[in-house]
Design a protein around this ligand. Structure first.
Ligand SMILES: Nc1ncnc2c1ncn2[C@@H]1O[C@H](COP(=O)(O)OP(=O)(O)OP(=O)(O)O)[C@@H](O)[C@H]1O
Length: 606
């Protein structure tokens, strides 16, 4: 392991090779089933090409014998000349080239198609997992499943498997051949192997531990880069460039120290392999030479023996490396399968055939709802929340930060299961609705509008994927967005930049409103932005929201109390409970009430 980071996987300890992990890991092979014909033909080609390679030392031996006066005689008595052997050799090499090409082409196809299918299955699984899953797992760790883990599987289908197969074949065939050539010499040679293998395993283990330390250190340096670049404004605002550079440098130094230590052992290992392996070969050759001298072996046999011994040596060394790769592959495949086995949300995408489209009036009823987030089970966020909204009514949730307002509306979307109580829509518990159908009828304008990196047109059409241009422009007008869209030279085709950074906050909000208008939901959730806009944008956004709320059941999470004077009912939330409810006028006159206090506070602030 060097510091290139190419094999960086900080969270992923390699799996121990056990029977269970092997069996579990092999389940990834079900993805190759559709391409099994290609896989089988590829394996046949691989077998043949390995067999041709194994014939090389044999032919070279025969050439040496013919040259030294021991020609090959066919069963019918014909003597084979050097030219004929060389011609046969050339044909074999040609064949080997063609077989290798076929094998690589077929295995590449199998690996590319399989990996595409695994990525597809993973992505489909990601988007269908419940929100709670993403809160329990870091997004970086999840995305590395679809990138680095799948990459490891790809390597293993295109290279590792073939290599493993070839090395094992080489080892078996090599040992068989040298046994045929000279049993005595083979036993002598094989005796030198066990000590080398045992020492190599001890070395290998130490190197793995050190390589992992290097990976961990490297991961830490990457975290610093990521953190500081994401928060570059904060770094600059606090003039901490020098501090961060020093922090990064000291982390880099640790990485380099770890990498050097790891590579010291690695270098030692390589020189040990060279000395051990080649030393062994020299020892065997010395023994073989004495046998030739004593007339117990021909020069051809000696040549064959030496070449097969080198093949065996190379395959033993190769298998050591492959062992590590097989471990990584099994680990990666287990992690991928773990995600694929996660239970999805019970959505029905696309729509179930024959299911009548759901129509919703928009009556909402919260009955004694209590809730704790799955990631923080000891913190009751909502306690006994009960209220009802008639279809078409508008209600506002107000209260201090962290009171539980956003949580209340998230539960309506069924992003989490309730801890206690129930929520009814049109008199039916939300849990009984088809999740996809239900969410189709709920629109949301979130506090922080996240736009996707495409054009304004695509971002508005996110509310209705098949919307026509006509519908998009009408909607943009209703959302008070048309004016600024028109002022851009590229109009609807203007690209909004990553997460919409090329637009102002007010413009982003109006796009989000347009999106929601296009979706045309029966129930609407408006999570008011906390950051205030200038009064002109504020008015534009407010008017757009009013347009959006027409004829829909609307829940507004309000931060600016001035915007909710006209709503039918205000619920004041504090500490996960409804502490007051009523119209603006009723609550404003309750002098000791929280609402009246909040109102006073905002008045003073403004
Ligand atoms: N995904 C989450 N996992 C765990 N706890 C959460 C999660 N989201 C919110 N909380 C906690 O739940 C409580 C209520 O949060 P919520 O976002 O509902 O408050 P809010 O009233 O909407 O606040 P604000 O006005 O600041 O948006 C807070 O204590 C918060 O820390």
């Amino acid at each position: 392991m060097n510091t290139s980071g190419a094999t960086l996987d900080p969270d992923e300890p390699k799996k121990k090779l056990t029977k269970e992990s092997f069996q579990r890991g092999l389940r990834i092979f079900r993805f190759t089933l559709p391409y099994r014909t290609k896989f089988v033909v590829g394996t046949v080609l691989l077998t043949l090409s390995s067999a041709t390679t194994m014939a090389f030392p044999w032919i070279i031996g025969k050439l040496a014998d013919t040259a030294s006066g021991h020609p090959v005689t066919l069963p019918n008595g014909t003597i084979v000349s050097i030219n004929q052997i060389a011609l046969g050799f050339a044909v074999l090499i040609l064949l080997q080239g063609l077989l290798s090409f076929g094998r690589i082409w077929l295995f590449t196809q199998v690996s590319e198609f399989t990996v595409r299918d695994i990525r597809q299955a993973l992505y489909k699984k990601f988007v269908s997992l419940p929100i709670a899953y993403f809160e329990k797992n870091r997004v970086g760790a999840i995305t590395s499943r679809i990138t680095s883990d799948v990459g490891i599987i790809q390597d293993s289908f295109s290279l590792t498997l073939a290599e493993l197969f070839r090395q094992v074949m080489t080892l078996i065939a090599g040992i068989t051949f040298i046994m045929i050539v000279s049993v005595k010499l083979s036993l002598f040679m094989l005796m030198t192997f066990p000590p080398i293998v045992v020492l190599a395993m001890v070395f290998g283990k130490k190197i793995r531990v050190l390589a992992r330390t290097t990976q961990d250190e490297l991961a830490k340096t990457n975290v610093i880069v990521e953190e500081t670049l994401q928060g570059i404004n904060t770094v600059k605002a606090f003039t901490n460039e020098q501090f961060e550079t020093t922090r990064y440098t000291s982390s880099l130094t640790k990485t380099v120290r770890a990498a050097l230590k790891s590579n010291l052992y690695r270098g030692g290992f390589v020189s040990f392999v060279i000395i051990g392996l080649f030393g062994g070969i020299v020892l065997v050759l010395w023994r073989a030479a004495t046998l030739v001298q004593a007339g117990q072996m021909t020069i051809g046999d000696l040549t064959q023996f030496a070449l097969y011994t080198m093949f065996i040596g190379a395959s033993v060394a190769g298998l050591g490396e492959l062992y590590g790769k097989v471990q990584s592959t099994l680990g990666a495949s287990e992690r991928i399968l773990e995600i694929l086995d996660e239970p999805s949300e019970p959505t029905h995408l696309p729509r179930v055939a024959g299911l009548a489209p759901l129509s919703i009036r928009g009556d909402i009823d919260y009955c004694h709802v209590a809730f704790r987030y799955p990631t923080r089970p000891d913190l009751p966020v909502l306690k006994d929340i009960s209220f009802d909204i008639q279809a078409g009514e508008k209600i506002a949730l107000v209260g201090p930060s962290g009171a539980g307002k956003s949580t209340i509306v998230q539960l309506l979307m069924q992003f989490y299961d309730l801890s206690e109580g129930k929520i009814l829509i049109d008199g039916r518990p939300v849990s009984q609705y088809d999740l996809t159908e239900l969410r189709r009828h709920i629109g949301i304008v979130p506090q922080e509008t996240i736009l996707f990196g495409g054009s304004i047109r695509e971002n508005i059409a996110y509310g209705k994927i098949d919307a026509t241009d006509e519908e998009i422009s009408t909607t943009a007008r209703k959302a008070n967005a048309w004016q600024f869209i028109e002022s851009f030279p590229e109009g609807l085709d203007t690209l909004v930049g990553e997460r919409g950074i090329k637009l102002s906050g007010g413009q982003r909000q109006r796009i989000a409103i347009a999106r929601a208008i296009l979706k045309n939901p029966a129930i609407l959730i408006l999570d008011e932005a906390t950051s205030s806009l200038d009064s002109e944008s504020e008015k534009l956004v407010q008017d757009a929201m009013d347009e959006l709320m027409k004829n829909r059941t609307s829940i507004i999470i309000a931060h600016r109390l001035s915007t909710i004077r006209k709503v039918d009912k205000i619920l004041v939330i504090d500490g996960g409970r409804i502490v007051e409810q009523g119209t603006h006028d009723q609550l404003a006159h309750n002098d000791n009430g929280l609402y009246a206090n909040l109102l006073k506070l905002q008045f003073e602030l403004s």
